[in-house]
Design a protein around this ligand. Structure first.
Ligand code: NIG
Ligand code: FE
Length: 385
């Protein structure tokens, strides 16, 4: 195994408060990092760096942990650009739009689905993402959900069974029978390919009892729970996720005081998805109120063809800073360490000895530029697996 010294780092974000400036980002200036066998083995100042087998000088650029995008739906066919355009002229977003992607996905071959998935993962990687969670949810038959997860498993270990995305048209008159399928034969076929179980707990999708049934069945099959909740309106989903001890509950756009209190006292991460509010013309979630209440916040893209067709974590950071009351430091932490918490991962989202050497070299002297220079391709190089 050979070691590599990355040196000349103007600003190294470690996300380890015991390093560097002692803040949550653990920023070391004039820094260096040594990687060996895909792991970080040393970080510190460049002048103290040990020798290594090879060296790369990044000339004063900033280095950050690779982004951990803890929420995406990359297994799909077709696009819904016309639906987006209609929303921009005043049409509301509804959960029912998911069904048009379901029809296109069912009609696609594995090769077509795999090609889109690979293209989007590569697009993410170019923007600094080194860990991505991928959900099923556009198949909604036993075979189509299982193949969606088998395809997702090829690109990430963070796969999520979302058979409870929406009730498919063939079960429109009998949602209960669909929940029985999702908690029975579909779960059995999908569990071997999934680490997580998820449900869309929202008006127009699944109610709280149905979501509870799906998550508890998934947990009994050995999957870890997470939930889509409180995206389109107030409701009991966030509190359900906290009650079940889910590591994360995603969207959190419409919260009342009891939801915030439940999040703060449960340790469940609130994953905020600014691409959704951008693309659906909804109000952004109030990250400031969550952070001030002591809630752990993650940022993710929710990349999907309906509600948020962005793959860019830098864009999410810039938008969260400008529209959601986050500081640049909070937003970067949420997009890296926060995503790792949401996925119960301790090996990613940080750059300290023992962590994976997953990082992004920025074409900028500081991580501040991620928000300061919105829309600019600032990721010069990505190191991942
Ligand atoms: O996370 N909220 C539910 N699922 C997706 C939307 C998917 C779609 O509109 O196709 C989401 O926003
Ligand atoms: Fe989603």
């Amino acid at each position: 195994m050979s070691s590599v010294l990355l040196t000349g780092i103007g600003e190294l974000v470690t996300n380890d408060p015991s390093l560097g400036d002692g803040g949550p980002l653990g920023v070391v200036t004039d820094a260096a990092l040594v990687a060996e066998g895909g792991r970080v083995v040393w970080v510190g100042t460049a002048r103290e760096a040990p020798p290594a087998d090879a060296a790369q000088d990044v000339g004063g650029r900033a280095v950050i942990p690779g982004f951990v995008d803890s929420h995406s739906h990359l297994v799909f066919a077709g696009d819904r650009a016309a639906e987006f355009a209609a929303r921009m002229s005043g049409q509301p977003y509804t959960a029912g739009g998911i069904r048009s992607t379901v029809a296109a996905t069912r009609a696609a071959t594995d090769e077509q689905l795999g090609a889109t998935l690979t293209r989007l993962v590569a697009e993410m990687r170019r923007q600094g993402t080194t860990t991505v969670e991928v959900k099923s949810g556009y198949g909604l038959t036993v075979a189509d959900e299982a193949r969606s997860l088998a395809l997702a498993r090829r690109v990430t270990p963070e796969t999520t069974y979302l058979g409870a995305h929406v009730v498919p048209p063939e079960y429109a008159e009998d949602a209960g029978a669909y929940v029985d399928l999702v908690t029975g034969p579909m779960l059995e076929a999908c569990a071997p390919y999934a680490r997580w179980v998820d449900a869309f707990c929202e008006r127009g999708a699944f109610d709280v009892d149905q979501a509870r049934a799906v998550l508890t069945a998934g947990m009994a099959a050995g999957l870890r729970p997470r939930l889509h909740a409180n995206q389109l309106g107030h409701g009991p989903g966030v509190r359900l996720a906290c009650e079940l001890g889910a590591p994360a509950v995603d969207h959190c756009t419409y919260l009342d005081a009891a939801d915030v209190e439940a999040l703060a006292s449960s340790g469940t991460v609130a994953t905020l998805l600014p691409g959704v509010e951008f693309s659906t013309r909804q109000p952004y979630p109030d990250a400031r109120a969550l952070l001030d209440a002591g809630v752990t916040v993650a940022l993710a893209t929710d990349c999907n063809p309906g509600s948020s067709y962005t793959s860019s974590m830098p864009w999410c950071i810039a938008t969260a800073v400008r529209e959601m009351g986050m500081t640049p430091a909070e937003a970067l932490w949420a997009a890296t360490a926060g995503g790792a918490r949401a996925l119960e991962r301790t090996d990613v989202g940080r750059l300290a000895p023992g962590a994976r050497a997953h990082l992004a070299v920025l074409a900028a002297p500081s991580y501040l530029h991620l928000a300061y220079r919105p829309g600019v391709p600032l990721v010069a190089e990505t190191w991942g697996d």
